[in-house]
Design a protein around this ligand. Sequence first.
Ligand SMILES: C[S@@+](CC[C@H](N)C(=O)[O-])C[C@H]1O[C@@H](n2cnc3c(N)ncnc32)[C@H](O)[C@@H]1O
Length: 304
Amino acid sequence: MTDRYTDYNNWAWLYNETVGPDYSQPQLNLLKRVFLPHIPDQGRILDLCCGTGQLIQPLVNAGYQVTGLDGSEEMLTYARQNAPQATYLLEDARQFESETAFDGAFSTSASLNHLMSLTDLRQVFERVYATLKSGSLFVFDLNHPGQLKRWWRGQPTEGEIRRRYAWMITPHYDPQNTEGAFIVKIYQAGHPPEGLGQILSFLRRLLYKILSHPRFIGLRLKLLQNFNRFEPHWQQLTLTYPIKGHSIDAVKDTLAQVGFTNIDLQTIDGHSEIDNNHSAHFICTKPSSVSLTNASTQANNSIA
Ligand SMILES: C[S@@+](CC[C@H](N)C(=O)[O-])C[C@H]1O[C@@H](n2cnc3c(N)ncnc32)[C@H](O)[C@@H]1O
């Protein structure tokens, strides 16, 4: 039995305020373009690795019946608050079962890069295949090796300083073993300062406010790298999230072995050529009629 993936528990409150909302709109645009046109009115949708569920409420508002699945209890706590009418499954993506047969499934923001082997990824694909109705779509995105090699270079890429907390993400990747990780540093303010400390704190906050402008991202990230010199009393937490750079061809082969067909690739902007500046969005179908070659796969995967 695989342990449920719970690594996002400590990041959940912050993810819900920052990255979750920030990433959701472009993902929603892609779903509107390639996924929702294939879902019947009021159809059933699985958001696999739904995180804090920022994509779910707009889909519920549009009339769909959405189930969000995630391994992290804390992420689901926020998803339940953000989209209370949806159904939630606290499960690992490698071994979930659902009594619902879905009209489509998706997984966004490179969640599946956390599956560290093709065997694990295949297990996820098998579970999704088992839970989809015939003829339904599965859409997901992955950060691929060329992109990871180009951009995940051990330098901070994102970060913010807000009134009571600050955070910074530093991704790195080793092309030799095709593994990497991103490190999330979180700082949280303690008691508000008193006396002269109040004035100095006010001045620092002014500086942070100026640096929050997108134009000053470089300076902001530099400051964040030395943040405990500026705010020695803020509590610091370092979280590490390992990822695997699965090759696009290996992922396509694995999808085909599981039985998915019409496997197509797009960037988030809809280009069919995947370059090193973009992640790869996979769009594939569980076929309507199952051929003899993959009939045995499907039999193994049917819902218990
Ligand atoms: C980068 S977040 C993406 C969340 C959401 N899809 C979004 O676009 O904001 C990755 C999510 O995948 C979940 N996750 C990763 N591996 C998982 C697994 N094996 N089973 C269940 N959830 C998993 C994490 O708990 C986390 O909530």
